[in-house]
Structure formats: C-alpha cells, structure tokens
Design a protein around this ligand. Sequence first.
Ligand code: B16
Ligand code: MG
Length: 216
Amino acid sequence: LYKAFIFDLDGVLVDTAKYHFNAWSRLANSLGFDFTEQQNEELKGISRIDSLKKILKWGNQEVNEENELNRLANIKNTWYIEMIEKMTPDEILPGVYDFLVLSQKEGIKIALGSASKNAEIILKRTGITHFFDAIVDGNLVKKSKPDPEVFIKAQQLLKVKIQECVVFEDAQAGIDAAKAVSMKVVGIGLPSNLTGADMVTPDLENWTPDKLIAKI
Ligand code: B16
Ligand code: MG
C-alpha cells in the first residue's frame, strides 16, 4: 500500500531548531528586543521570511521595505550557516539512521520535504544525503507549508500516488500541508502540538517501517 516516505528535516531528522533559535535571538537582540522559546515553537516549519516577519511583530518593529527584510534575513542566515557547517552525524535524531536503512532495504522510496533553503548542507554534514531519491527544499517551492506544494513535488518526483505516501512531520504547518492533500502523516513530537496526525510518536527509535505502517 505505502511506497514512499517523505521526511521533513528540522525536527524530524535533525534538531536544527536550536540553531534557528540561536541565530534569530541574536538578530532580535541586535535590534533591541528578545523573544521566548515558547514563541520559537511558532517558527517551526515556516519559511525564513515568514519567520522574520513574525519576529519583527513580536518586537514591535515596523519593517516594510523588501530590501531591508532581505538584509535582516541574510544576516540571520549567515549566523545560522556558521552553526550548521559544524554539524556532524552525531546530530541525527534518535532512531532516524536505522529507520532510513530499513526503509531503503524494504524498497520504500525516500524524499525530503523541507522548507529550508539550507537542507543540502545539513544532509551532507550529517552524512545522510545518499538515502534520498528526491530532495525538495525551500529552493524548489514557491508556497511554503501549510501549502502542500512541497509534498506534492516530492510525490511527483518519486513517481508514486498521493495515497502511497507517508509524511513525517514535527510542525503543525507541515501536518496541515499533508492533510490538505489527504496524505498520511506521522507526527514526531507531542500529540498536543500535532493536531490531525494519523499517529504521533516522540521519535523514530524502535520503529520499523512495517510496525509503523500497521499503526496508520
Ligand atoms: P532556512 P523544516 C524549516 O525546516 C524550519 O523548521 C523553520 O524554522 C525554518 O524557518 C525553515 O525551515 C526555513 O529554513 O532559513 O534554512 O531556509 O522543518 O521544513 O525542515
Ligand atoms: Mg520541521
């Protein structure tokens, strides 16, 4: 029944949320304000520019010119890249590596479906690029999650049907994106943060593709 797995990156395969938080906090501080880790939850899964707009609102900063928005986003991204350039395979989240190995062995096609424009660096530094039959990231899509474009692109590149795909997501925006086209979704995290997922697990540890498929 299921022939393809589409994985989100940040929060599913690796924990880059902490680096995003660090770099955005540094930018906010340089503008004279701060925001909380609770607020940071709202930035998960959404694009860089949408994140910036939310943060500026929290700090009551009025920035409307596109050039200035891009300048600020680029500063943050430079700091973010400094951190992800130092990532190692140790930073792959629990259970992920074995789950990718088993999925590949069973002939399941594997895609990335991430909002990040830095996905390739992260996959490379953590040594998991070779598992992916298709990589769809923020450079390839026009509309960000909760729009389903990213998952539809992955499904098309893998040449499978929508109903043959299972999405793995840690953010509500991603669950909503998958559900907008009725794809099955496994939520990674806490059930309270992941409304509408077909099942939720804290991580991929101790799961095999078969065991997981039986639950959705
Ligand atoms: P970048 P995902 C998302 O990754 C992050 O969750 C989100 O916080 C970030 O703003 C977005 O990527 C864009 O990232 O600035 O690297 O292009 O969860 O979709 O893998
Ligand atoms: Mg995510």
